[in-house]
Write a protein that binds this ligand. Structure first.
Ligand code: ACM
Length: 521
């Protein structure tokens, strides 16, 4: 066909019947530019350009920063495309280029992504920037690029120039592995899912009344006894060895994610108190607990052994945690009198520092310290908290996890079978319709460190359960944490969120198909 004839036919198709137009649409590159979650800071469509990934394409690096991100991308695209996609240290020919020299506007986590006819060129100045760019590129490819088995191409990327960077540095997800235990493979599956939305912190809630989930070599009964059961009474070796934990931390790091381990003290400690008699004021072991009440346990504040225990745990965990943060819980210490709570934190907080880490804690703890380097995580259901506002005024940066907005374990509506409802019913639009930088009185944009979506697991037992509660609200949290405040608009966001459905189907994610969202077929 001559070029002239082709142009005439194309014009006819566009002007023609619905069926013909549909055919053109099917042959055209995916309209994925309107489908990115989170929304990039700047996106310029280049409709005249389409890149097609071919069998001879190479993933080309010119910076060691891009090595792990390139390996991650290759690991996703090789099975679905069936292409070799070798990673090379020379930039030449067709393929995906990962290089340095990004516009300084991209900052420490941003990137530029330019689609040209022969290459997708990613520029970033840090590994984090390359990881984030790779996640965008995944969403620009057809959904079946996520498949674990070979699929039919073409593997087209629509023409665009993107310059992107996050609103907040901290975009987090928490998994409670204490109420119900999840195997390392289940945890890795969730890490893969959060990474896809540019989540860069993974908070592991490793101890609670129902279970102690990480081997502590100097206190072996913690896992032997305290890690032997969970909510509902299942028994087994329900804990991670230190080697398994190190492997999880490395797995997350290979996806650009820093792990934050949490040991919840001085309350939520029944599993420890069931493991060691000396951690109780009366010197008697507590029975193991498999229910779902909170607030009944406390370490013994006036016994010296309590602080040896806390120090041993912090020392061992700090030694196997490369990230700079340790989370010490501190929430719902309803069985610890206020004066004792203060005494406890006066001893515990310096221990985190002693082992080179920065404290994160549920926001209650922040009333006990003037240290502005500590990070209060707000989990309340109100929009005022005097102690958090005072901390923000002193200079602490607040991590926002308001329970009635972004707790992934809250039921969507009254018919949701899983989950709890103590903070309310949280439909998808509720989880989106708040501004982290103007939510808590006295906590303004510059006082906010970021957004974390916690998933508590009193009712959550399987990966399917995790995914039903996290999808689609986890991507909502990612959008709130990453996208610029100026693009916050439900009517524009809902179709972008709905456009993720085909991808989640390919990935085997059984999401909640909220009637509020126009799901793409
Ligand atoms: C919490 O939900 N108790 C932090």
């Amino acid at each position: 066909m001559t070029t002239k004839l082709k142009a005439a036919l194309a014009a006819l198709l566009i002007a023609g019947s619905g069926a013909l137009v549909t055919e053109t649409a099917a042959a055209a590159p995916a309209t994925t530019l309107q489908e990115l979650v989170p929304q990039p800071a700047q996106l310029q469509p280049r409709p005249e350009i389409t890149f097609t990934l071919t069998a001879t394409a190479k993933i080309q690096l010119s910076t060691p920063d891009a090595r792990q991100p390139a390996e991650l991308l290759a690991g996703i695209l090789r099975p679905s495309t069936g292409y070799a996609l070798p990673i090379t240290d020379t930039v030449q020919g067709d393929g995906i280029v990962l290089t340095s020299g990004a516009d300084p506007k991209t900052g420490p986590e941003g990137y530029q992504l330019d689609v040209t006819p022969k290459q997708v060129v990613i520029r970033a100045n840090t590994p984090a920037g390359h990881f984030n760019a790779v996640q965008t590129l995944r969403q620009l490819l057809p959904a079946k690029a996520e498949a674990k088995t070979k699929q039919q191409g073409p593997w087209q990327v629509p023409g665009a120039s993107i310059l992107d960077h996050p609103r907040y540095h901290h975009r987090g997800a928490m998994l409670d592995v204490s109420r119900h235990f999840f195997t390392p493979d289940q945890v890795k599956r969730y890490i893969d899912q959060i990474a896809a939305f540019k989540i860069n912190y993974f908070h592991l809630h490793l101890s609670d009344d129902q279970g102690w989930r990480l081997e502590i070599k100097s206190w072996p009964e913690l896992t032997k006894i305290g890690g032997s059961t969970e909510v509902g009474g299942r028994t087994g070796k329900l804990f991670y060895t230190q080697d398994q934990y190190k492997d999880l931390v490395a797995y997350a790091a290979a996806r650009g994610i820093t792990t934050i381990p949490e040991f919840d003290v001085p309350g939520h400690t029944n599993a420890a108190q069931a493991s060691y008699a000396e951690l109780n004021c009366d010197g008697k072991k507590r029975p193991l607990y498999t229910g779902t009440e909170v607030g009944f346990s406390s370490l013994c504040i006036n016994k010296e052994i309590t602080y040896k225990f806390v120090e041993d745990v912090i020392r061992e965990v700090a030694a196997i945690t490369p990230g700079p943060y340790l989370h010490i819980g501190g929430d719902e210490a309803l069985s610890t009198p206020d004066a004792d709570y203060q005494t406890f934190m006066n001893r515990a907080l310096p221990l985190v520092k002693k082992y080179g880490k920065t404290t994160v804690g549920w926001h209650e703890f922040v009333k006990t310290t003037k240290d502005t380097s500590t990070i209060p995580q707000f989990w309340g259901t109100t929009t005022t908290d005097e102690n958090v506002a005072a901390a923000a005024k002193r200079g602490n940066k607040v991590l926002m996890s308001p329970a009635n907005r972004i707790y992934l374990d809250m039921k969507y509506d009254k018919n949701t079978k899983l989950g709890l409802d103590w903070a309310g019913l949280v439909e998808v639009k509720d989880s989106y319709s708040w501004n982290p930088g103007a939510y808590l009185k006295g906590v303004a944009e510059q006082n906010v460190r970021g957004v974390e979506a916690p998933l508590w697991t009193e009712t959550i037992k399987t990966s399917q359960d995790i995914e039903y509660m996290a999808f689609p609200r986890l991507p909502v949290a990612a959008e709130l944490g990453w996208a610029q405040a100026s693009v916050h608009n439900w009517d524009r966001f809902a179709p972008r969120l709905g456009a993720q459905a085909p991808r989640w189907k390919v990935q085997g994610i059984g999401f909640y198909a909220s009637p509020q969202v126009p799901w793409k077929k």
